[in-house]
Ligand binder design. Structure first.
Ligand SMILES: *Cc1c(COP(=O)(O)O)cnc(C)c1O
Length: 228
C-alpha cells in the first residue's frame, strides 16, 4: 500500500517542481498513471491514494482490469498503446480517452463504434515527432487533415496531441511538439491536451508545455514483462 502512495507523492512533488521551474501552474498538468502489466489490485491501491486517471497499452489485459474495477465509478481509462483495427470496438466501449490515434480507418471505426454512448470519446492524435520510419504516429504535415477528420466525427472529441520521442532526442522533440500544439490550437481553439513526458523525462516535457504526463515505472515500479 504505502509504496504506491509514496511514489505518487514523490511524482506529484516532481511535477510541482517542474511547474515552478517552467513558471506554470500545477493545475495545468494532469498525471496519468500508466498501469499496463500491473494488477487490478495495484490500480486499486493507487486509486485509494487519490489517483483517478489510468493509462493502458494492451487491450486484452486492460479490459479484464476495467471489468474487475467497475465499482470505481469515477476512474477514467486512457488507451495509449498501438491500435489494431479489430480492437477498436473494445476501445470505444471501455475507455474515455485514446491517445494513440494515427490512421484514418481507426478514426472512422472509433466514431462508428462509439455511437451508442452519450459521451464522445476524447481523442489525441499521436505524432511521429522523431520521424522514425517504423514508429507509429502521424507525419507532421498531415496533422491538420487528421484534426479536421476528428472534428467532423460526431462521437469523437479532438483534445490534442500525443508523442513518444526517441530516447536520445526528447528535448528537441518536446520543443517541436510545443510548437505544433500552439499552431494547431489556432485552427482548433478547443484543444487543451499535450500528452508527453514519462518517468524519465517529465521535467523536460513540462518545460515544453506538456499538459499530461504518462507515468508508469515511477509509480508502480519496473515492469516484469518487457512487452514494448
Ligand atoms: C509504458 C508507457 C508509458 C510509461 O512509461 P514509464 O517510463 O514507465 O513511465 C508512457 N507512455 C506510453 C505510450 C507507454 O507505452
Amino acid at each position: 500500500m504505502t509504496h504506491i502512495k509514496n511514489n505518487l507523492a514523490a511524482i506529484k512533488l516532481q511535477i510541482t517542481q517542474a511547474c515552478e521551474l517552467a513558471n506554470r501552474s500545477i493545475d495545468e498538468v494532469c498525471l496519468l498513471a500508466v498501469s499496463k502489466t500491473k494488477s487490478a489490485d495495484l490500480i486499486q491501491q493507487a486509486y485509494d491514494s487519490g489517483q483517478r486517471a489510468f493509462g493502458e497499452s494492451y487491450i486484452q489485459e486492460a479490459v479484464e482490469k476495467i471489468q474487475q474495477l467497475t465499482h470505481l465509478n469515477d476512474i477514467s481509462w486512457h488507451f495509449i498503446g498501438p491500435i489494431q483495427s479489430n480492437k477498436t470496438r473494445l476501445i470505444a466501449e471501455n475507455f474515455s480517452w485514446v491517445h494513440s490515434v494515427d490512421r484514418e480507418k481507426i478514426i472512422y471505426r472509433l466514431n462508428e463504434q462509439r455511437s451508442n454512448q452519450d459521451i464522445p470519446l476524447n481523442v489525441c492524435l499521436q505524432v511521429n515527432i522523431s520521424d522514425e520510419k517504423a514508429k507509429s504516429g502521424i507525419n507532421v504535415n498531415e496533422l491538420e487533415r487528421y484534426a479536421s477528420l476528428i472534428e467532423q466525427a460526431k462521437h469523437l472529441t479532438l483534445r490534442g496531441l500525443m508523442a513518444i520521442p526517441k530516447k536520445n532526442d526528447s528535448s528537441e522533440s518536446f520543443h517541436k511538439m510545443a510548437e505544433l500544439f500552439t499552431k494547431l490550437k489556432l485552427s482548433h481553439p478547443s484543444i487543451d491536451t499535450l500528452s508527453m513526458g514519462m518517468s524519465g523525462d517529465l521535467t523536460e516535457a513540462i518545460a515544453n508545455h506538456s499538459t499530461m504526463v504518462r507515468i508508469g515505472t515511477a509509480i508502480f515500479g519496473e515492469r516484469e514483462i518487457a512487452k514494448e
